[in-house]
Design a binder for this molecule. Structure first.
Ligand code: SAM
Length: 242
């Protein structure tokens, strides 16, 4: 998957290209992350990237011409049709089904806004989808863009060491609309608390059932709204209904 981020702060992207699973995905060529900076497409002496909003009021907007020129450059660099996504608190809230779908796109341009955002006509004519990472306002779209890239990268076949581990995460695969079960590692006792005996038993079927029960119980306690959605999904089996 090829992702180009339109950003005034390209260095921020090192947080994903330089570390962990996403770094490995870049190194192995499963993911490319490039930045195009609208500042490089300014034509004035001061390389201005912000402009005042019509109608007055506090705050600035991203200047239109450098943004459009950067978008054109990003399209040319990618060389294939790319979905254009604007990260904005006004978008639909990002969730796992959306991430799974977006991860199948071969190329994507993510617009990271700054200031009070971007001109509405750019949204209307250039943007295919708008996504939010939650009901709060950040100073810029770089962190949301990186959240989206990280989540998508995990869904690209070959990126995780064990593809099964993505299937066993909260919201994914067998755990669609469920939270993951609790996990334990050595030692067998920590602060007086022992690992549940079943996990030491070696009985795979008993362990599987315990994990499913834990996932269901945890979801019921913390996110009952997810169970509601699961009840209407075809994946629910009789074991869960017991
Ligand atoms: N005036 C905008 C509003 O109230 O909708 C907020 C602008 S915000 C200060 C600047 C930029 O940060 C936005 O253009 C967007 O790209 C990004 N941003 C902020 N919060 C976000 C969120 N929850 N999800 C996605 N992007 C966000």
């Amino acid at each position: 998957m090829n992702v180009t981020v339109l950003t005034l702060f390209p260095e921020m992207l090192q947080a994903i290209t330089g570390y962990g699973i996403t770094r490995r995905a870049v190194e192995t060529g499963l993911l490319t992350v490039n930045a195009v900076n609208p500042r490089d497409y300014t034509t004035d002496r001061h390389r201005t990237v912000d402009d005042r909003p019509f109608g007055g009021g506090p705050g600035m907007l991203m200047k239109v011409e450098p943004l459009l020129a950067a978008l054109k450059a990003a399209r040319e660099q990618l060389g294939v049709p790319a979905r254009v996504v604007y990260l904005t608190p006004q978008g639909r809230k990002l969730d796992q089904p959306a991430v799974d779908r977006l991860a199948t796109e071969p190329a994507m341009i993510l617009i990271a806004g700054r200031y009070e955002g971007i001109d509405e006509r750019v949204v209307a004519t250039e943007v295919d989808e708008q996504w939010s990472i939650g009901d709060y306002v950040l100073s810029g779209g770089e962190l949301p863009a990186m959240v989206m890239i990280d989540a998508m990268a995990r869904r690209i076949p070959g990126v995780l060491g064990h593809q099964d581990s993505a299937e066993q995460d909260s919201f994914s695969g067998t755990l669609a609309n469920l939270l993951d079960c609790p996990h334990y590692t050595r030692p067998e006792e920590v602060n007086g608390l022992r690992v549940p005996e079943v996990l030491l038993s070696g009985h795979h079927e008993a362990i599987r059932r315990w994990r499913l029960k834990q996932a269901l119980g945890r979801t019921w306690q913390r996110r009952p709204d997810l169970l509601e959605a699961r009840q209407h999904s075809p994946g629910l089996n009789s074991e869960e209904q017991d």
